[in-house]
Design a protein. Structure first.
Lengths: 267, 269
């Protein structure tokens, strides 16, 4: 480690200024940005010259085609159903795995690291790729989307859950074990009440995001709104796309509001 | 003593009705949602496909995995990282004004609400729609992907920025005032040190996420590793799928390791 600069104050005391990494960070960032600009062909001039074309599609979306609303409800509820069931399944499935991955409950290091590596690998799979694989295995439709969302929720909630279990106060657990409770009972009555609010809050937060994700999954044939967005974009019926997006926006706002209210009460 | 406990128990409302109601609501939601789940196409060879994918991951196409030309996995991964990096950077910059306009301790409540709704609207449009919009500006390729990534990042990044800004400790500014600091000194020594570590941590976290989401862009021809992956899957070349997935998983694990370390350092200061 580099030593910082020492400064002598007027009254004779010396203080050490912590070393600054600013220069190193700036150089690294600039280098990474330069490589990225080179590889991706980023050019500001293209944006300033052609930027207005970005709004081509947006302009065609307004005014949205209101009469198309009737046909949006079905896929919208499909999307919500996919997220509800997928989130619930993933969140429940994560519980046993996370308990096994917490170092204060399980003492076997090999088991803990095995479960954690499993979590990491599942977490690296992008949701869209999971959905694509699921459509190959389970066929096109909402089932594939539900499974993709379940897998994502499993890995996301699971990681947060074992981190949370590790930070609980183990005093109550040990006291109950000392009184003769079995490990399971001690866990149920001392650890669960501590982690439950946080766990539910995480699940709800994940669910909020999943509604948005579920809307994309239709693109690979996994059902829901993405299916009709993709279709209408393909036919260039942008006024209908606009209607779908507005409905989705409304649904997301309502769901986020409800979930936000519940989460506020939980914590 | 026991009487006291009994009296206390009597006084407290029984949690049973509330819990019953909650259980019923959750059950109804679950049943409602599972009724609609279906798969429309007949699946005969699902298991064969699953086996094919597993076998592909275990025996990846090594030639493709170590092909350092512009068609090989390493270059595609590099392109994906670059898209995610620049996309995150551009998104992080775009998010700053949104964040300051959305922080209720800086602007009036009404302005904050409007700004937050705008951010939510930006977030609602799915990434592949943005991809199509940007392809009109930049043509297909990595550039379009980069811009798409940046717009998709704005939502989450600005939300986290807002939380940081609302946690600003104003007492530090007062003490700097008392010490006779100028306006710019106050920003440099009072505000930036409070904001930068959290902002940086947010951006690094988002970079992690963008790396994962970058596969979406391949679908609309916006560069990165998504397109080759989907082509390989559609033509059942599982060995190629395997080598792409192995490369992607390794890359994400390594980057996550580094980013977690940097973020831990940033948080501890």
């Amino acid at each position: 480690m580099r030593r910082g600069r020492t400064i002598t104050l007027p009254n004779g005391k010396t203080v050490e200024r912590p070393p600054s990494h600013a220069l190193l960070t700036a150089v690294l960032l600039a280098a990474a940005a330069a490589v990225s600009v080179q590889v991706t062909g980023f050019r500001l001039s293209v944006l300033t010259e052609g930027g207005y074309r970005f709004f081509d599609i947006l302009k065609q979306m307004v005014p949205p085609n209101i009469s198309y609303l009737d046909k949006v409800w079905g896929p919208l509820f499909d999307t919500i159903k996919m997220s509800v069931l997928g989130s619930a399944a993933g969140a429940v499935l994560a519980v046993p795995f996370s308990v096994t991955a917490s170092s204060n409950i399980v003492k076997n290091r090999a088991v803990i690291s095995a479960v954690r590596i499993f979590y990491s690998i599942v977490r690296t799979l992008p949701t869209l790729v999971t959905a694509l694989i699921a459509t190959y295995i389970f066929g096109l439709g909402t089932l594939a989307g539900t499974i993709a969302i379940g897998v994502f929720t499993f890995s996301y909630v699971g990681k947060l859950l074992y981190e949370q279990i590790e930070t609980v106060d183990m005093g109550a657990y040990e006291a109950m074990e000392a009184l003769g409770a079995t490990g399971f009972h001690a866990f149920l009555y001392s650890v669960v009440p501590q982690i439950l609010p946080g766990y539910i809050s995480n699940c709800l937060f994940c669910f909020e995001g999943n509604v948005r994700y579920a809307a994309i999954l239709g693109y690979v044939g996994a059902g829901g709104l993405g299916l009709i967005i993709n279709e209408k974009v393909g036919w260039r019926e942008y006024d209908k796309v606009g209607m779908i997006l507005i409905t989705l926006f409304g649904a997301v706002v309502v769901i986020e509001f409800i979930s936000h209210q519940i989460r506020k009460r939980l914590t | 003593m026991n009487e006291k406990i009994a009296a206390q128990l009597q006084a407290e409302k029984s949690p049973l009705p509330g819990r019953l109601l909650l259980t019923v609501i959750i059950l109804v939601l679950l049943i409602w949602s599972s009724v609609g789940i279906r798969s429309t196409s007949a699946v005969g060879n699902g298991m064969a496909v699953a086996a094919g994918i597993l076998k592909g991951i275990c025996t990846p196409d090594l030639e493709f995995l170590f092909d350092f030309s512009s068609q090989g996995v390493p270059y595609l991964l590099l392109e994906t990282v670059c898209i995610a990096f620049m996309g995150t950077l551009v998104g992080a910059v775009i998010a700053v004004p949104f964040a300051f306009l959305g922080a209720s301790n800086i602007v009036p409540r009404g302005v904050a609400l409007v700004s937050r709704l705008a951010v939510m609207a930006v977030r609602t449009i799915p990434s592949f729609v943005y991809g199509l919009m940007f392809i009109r500006v930049t043509g297909p390729g990595a550039f379009a992907g980069l811009m798409t990534m940046s717009l998709c990042s704005v939502g989450m990044v600005s939300k986290m920025y807002i939380e940081t800004i609302e946690d600003l400790d104003k007492k530090i500014l007062e003490s700097l005032d008392a010490a006779g600091c100028t306006f710019f000194q106050k920003i440099r020594y009072g505000i930036l040190p409070q904001l930068l570590p959290d902002f940086a941590s947010t951006v690094i976290y988002r970079f992690d996420m963008n790396l994962r989401d970058a596969t979406v862009l391949g679908l609309v021809g916006a560069g990165g590793i998504g397109a080759p992956l989907i082509f390989a899957m559609n033509s059942y070349r599982w060995n190629e799928v395997g080598s792409i997935l192995v490369g992607l998983i390794l890359l994400i694990l390594v980057i996550e390791l580094f980013s977690t370390r940097i973020r831990n350092k940033l948080v501890r200061g």
